[in-house]
Design a protein around this ligand. Structure first.
Ligand code: SAM
Length: 295
């Protein structure tokens, strides 16, 4: 799992871009690691998150205002409810967990569970969540693969688990990595409460996706080939599993061009990444928000 995971700490530089005057060696105030929703912003953290939030930058409190962007869109699609039980999968350095615990537009869950694949991200998230621990939300974080593999016992998607089911499962810009996404959707279904929702910000492909997609994906190990599906196939899989009220929103035009342009402006080292994002979009990749409900 970790050998294939392309992530690390490169995203800190992206979060820091634009926050001039930050003391050398100090971490940026956010540590987002998704492709963002760039409709109303040119700033990386705002594109990743969205909404209104007060961030404490140095000694001066600063209010950052922007409209709904990626993390908030997925959270809203997941129908989060006050007092609910949320599973956040692929949480990276933990900003989406912090959102659940502190964002003014997100209802506070009674239970927040997370699983992500990189140990360094898990450790960092534990640290960050610790600072926001409240008596209202019980938090349980795991380090591991999103997919449950028997005979594992400590896993939120263990079908034999006797712990309470989830009212919302969120996968923000990560399920295309899972081996496989279909297994994840199936396991999630069995651990959702009746009436519970899953919401994903994910990548799929137009019917006419080209050989560039296959080349980029094979070259960069972006996703298993089983996950290269069209939106229609994605929805069909969810319905076959049993999800109802399955919805998808294609937000590609607000994701790929904005992210590609932002990366291109970050200097020489980022150009190859920018080129890869542009190539994916040009050859049929689609960025979608997908949600479904368990009856
Ligand atoms: C694009 S990042 C998104 C991170 C976070 N959701 C955010 O928005 O900042 C994808 C995340 O999924 C994690 N990931 C990739 N494959 C995974 C797997 N098989 N199981 C669990 N997490 C995985 C990566 O380590 C990374 O943290």
């Amino acid at each position: 799992m970790s050998g294939k995971d392309p992530y690390g700490s490169f995203h800190l530089a992206l979060n820091a871009s634009g926050s001039r005057g930050r003391p050398e060696g100090r971490r940026p105030p956010t540590e987002w690691l998704n492709m963002g929703y760039w409709k109303d912003t040119k700033a990386f953290p705002e594109a990743c998150e969205g909404g209104t939030r007060t961030l404490d930058i140095g000694m001066v409190p600063k209010l950052i205002v922007c409209s709904t962007a990626l993390a908030l869109k997925v959270t809203q699609a997941g129908g989060c409810k006050a007092g609910g039980s949320v599973l956040d999968v692929g949480y990276g350095s933990g900003d989406s967990l912090l959102m659940q615990l502190s964002h003014p537009s997100v209802p506070r869950p009674a239970r927040l569970t997370g699983i992500t694949s990189l140990k360094a991200h898990y450790d960092r998230s534990l640290e960050r969540v610790e600072d926001l621990r409240s008596q209202h939300t019980e938090v349980n974080l795991y380090h591991g693969d999103a997919i449950y593999h028997a005979p594992e016992t400590e896993h939120p998607l263990d079908p034999a688990s006797t712990s309470a089911t989830f009212t919302t499962i969120l996968a923000l810009d990560c399920a295309y990595h899972f081996r496989t996404r279909e297994d994840f959707l199936r396991q999630s279904y069995s651990r959702l409460a009746s009436g519970g929702k899953i919401a994903l910000a994910d990548i799929c492909f137009s019917t006419a996706h080209g050989t560039v997609v296959n080349l980029l994906i094979r070259q960069f190990g972006l996703m298993p080939s089983e996950n290269i599906v069209t939106v229609g196939e994605y929805i069909g899989t969810m319905e076959r599993i049993g999800y109802v009220d399955v919805k998808s929103e294609d937000i590609s035009e607000y994701v790929f061009p904005g992210f590609r342009g932002f990366l291109a402006g970050q200097g020489v080292g980022w150009r190859i990444f920018s080129w890869m994002i542009g190539g994916l979009y040009a050859s049929g990749a689609r960025f979608v928000i997908v949600s479904g409900t368990k009856t």
